[in-house]
Design a protein around this ligand. Sequence first.
Ligand code: PLP
Length: 460
Amino acid sequence: MTDKVRIDTLSANSLPQRNETFLARQAEFESNVRSYPRKLPFAIAKAKGVWITDVENNQYLDCLAGAGTLALGHNHPDVLESIQSVITSGLPLHTLDLTTPLKDEFSAYLLSLLPGQGKEYCLQFTGPSGADAVEAALKLAKKVTGRSGIISFSGGYHGMTHGALSVTGNLSPKEAVDGMMPEVQFMPYPNEYRCPLGIGGEAGVKALTYYFDNLINDVESGVRKPAAVILEAVQGEGGVNPAPKEWLQRIRKVTQEHGILLILDEVQAGFARTGKFFAFEHAGIEPDIIVMSKAVGGGLPLAVLGIKKQFDAWAPGHHTGTFRGNQLAMATGLTTLKILKNQDIAAKVAAKGDWLKAKLAELQKRYPVIGHVRGLGLMIGIEIVKPQEAQDHMGCYPADGELSALLQKKCFEAGLILERGGRHGSVLRLLPSLLIDNAELEVFLDKFENAMLAAGVKPV
Ligand SMILES: Cc1ncc(COP(=O)(O)O)c(C=O)c1O
């Protein structure tokens, strides 16, 4: 008989339960690549709903929710129960890409949520990260079209593997590694506050729309016809930028006319986050490939593509991966999807988002460092600016990444977890549980204002 191995998660060892002890050990154990602990310097003991408790028993309102993964917040009872049901069912924990009754139900349910109840789509389970699903989508588009180019957009974020990073806008991780994927053409993505063409407003959107159409049709553009266009309908990491409807609709039309696959990356914006089940629904378009991860696994790792059946050009085994059959993730994902759908969470998220943006607009009147409040549903960005400096010709003040970083720190000290994104990290981003209620949003507003005061920001 061997000794039974028992792991006691809450007091795993006899270490003093101090944040700094765990952080120092983490720094010793792990690579310099770790990122969140530098901004959120704590060790987590437990979490429930929108709240996280650290090992020193401090409580934090979590407006990051595992980077948008935990659509129902931490440890939702139904999600936990679904894990229990897998454990007691005798199912294997993972099954490669072999099927099970649970996988069958998950697949049928997920398909039913895609455009046209998914009748024209099939699913591809990939390795369990958003980045691997993006890789699969790019490879498939190349295979379908026999072309190699990809068009992507400034401010886009698609992950950190070689292909996904190649189509990502953020230059910092790209400059660290040579040899990105060739033939990636970046185009400007609309930005309501800082129009990349320097025009702004409706006219700016019209010009961007024309620019895309013209580039694809211009035989002297210098850009070979691409295999695919990849984009987020609401950019997340790029600073919370919702795409205008008419721009998305024109891209859909032009790509269709030219046999270019349109890949919608819904990894962050999907699953009721923006007030619609998928963010592309705001424009009423149908993508050729839909990239899904984060919330689709209900908090556990899972990634899956929705592929229009006519583009399913894969031969068996041409994009594999060991962990494509995580049964626990399918159970937690299925539970999450059913709650989102049955309780019409998307509509509730839209209303909560509008309420919160109105409150933030009031705050903006008193705090001119808030340059712009934007987003859809519970995917909200607050751009921090330098109001003491000169406005540009579109009326925007320079971005203030330094103050934004200080505000993130002061929020953390006040017990509020927020992420940053956008150019110079100047956009404070909210991605809370979709079940956050108005009382909790009031707590957010209180803590956020206190953090501004603690950062030395003066109201007017
Ligand atoms: C829109 C989008 N695509 C892809 C990814 C990459 O997903 P992962 O981090 O799981 O590889 C992310 C991650 O934040 C994302 O926001």
